[in-house]
Ligand binder design. Sequence first.
Ligand SMILES: [Zn+2]
Length: 460
Amino acid sequence: MNTRASAWLFARRNLLTLCIALVLAGLVPNLSAAQSAPTQPAPSSQAAQASSQPASAQAYSLPPDKLAKAITLGHISTALDIIGSLWGMAVLWLLLASRWAAGLAAWAESVSRRRWLQGLLFFAVFLFITTLAGLPLDAIGHVVSRHYGISVQGWGSWLEDLGKGLCLSVLFGAPVLLLFNWIVRVSPRRYWMWIWLVSLPLIVLSVFASPLLDPIFNKFEPLTKTHSALVAKLETVVARTGTHIAPDRMFLMKASAKSNGLNAYVTGIGATKRFVMWDTATDRLPDDEILFIFGHESGHYVLNHIPQELSGMAAGLFFVFWACAGFAGRLARRFGVRWQLGDPYSGFIPLASRQGFVVLLFALSVAGFILQPAGNTFSRHFEHEADVYGQEAIHGLVADPQKTAVSAFNHLGEAWLEDPNPSPFIEFWEYNHPSVQTRANFAAHYDPWANGGRGRFFDR
Ligand SMILES: [Zn+2]
């Protein structure tokens, strides 16, 4: 997404609602990106190629005043993203090195005799403190987003969202962390494999539940309520793609209360699967462009991107948990005494104590940061496929699919102030969508039916 500052906050908030909060902190964003993979601006591997073209050949451009803002905003967002990740790791390290985590565990033990209650208390306070530690950066992100006119959310509402996110995080995250912590205790050697196994259904459950929790943060209503004519047009895309997205699975999100950005996404799984359109997009984009965006999102459905991402993630997590267990074990041996990790309850197995579990979370946050480009590379691949699919899906339904797609990308890019030429390295590392420039350039030149050819997904 473009306004990565605001997109970043948005993702974090979703992440919180995804309950496994910290454990999967670095990994889930990719999932949510593909899952809610909006047609927002984001980066790509071919950007280097795009940026080497002369400016006049670029399909996405901004007027000079917005261009300057977009470039500055891009730099700030990148800095905030990277600082945010490093700060997240630093906070965990500091909690351990200052023995604050050990102190918290001792305090929780003094409060109750029940082990599970001690654990819940420990992890609830832990989640509260780590959220609080991230607050200044979150606030800076919000200041930036408001300054550039992307967010229009007031501070009261912003704080309210933060509070709700924290409550959900504690409500769902603390029990999950307690469960994982217990697994380490009962299986000190193979715990990483059990945690992996248990996390699989939890991930599926979180994807399932995500649309049910979204109304806590934003207002939704059936798209047909105010846009029945548009829904009728969307049905023509549904018929062409064979997706069976019923009109009652199409929702309008009242995003304009908080944002000037444009977005649409698919989310949920099974009974909660749905298409969501931001009201900013329905208010400001021509219907043809909405059809294209809908075609893109339909592509995520038809091409099974959510199950594919989930299974890819499941496979990846197996190795991540294995590697993190090894890394955390080394840290515990090295610093166990200094950080006061052992306690009698855990049989003095450093990682099995409450504070020892924080070492594991630290290892996972490092892995999440390092693996971010890998997850994003997969995500960009899926997004590109969905772009191809979307453009083919509107063939025959709109006058000029190429023009429609290029215009839609320009609108999205301008709304989010996407830098037309982001650094290829930043794209590689941070972008979960190809850059708007890459996407627009591709769209401008993609016409598989020229000279009697066939589309990749549609014959006609
Ligand atoms: Zn997408």
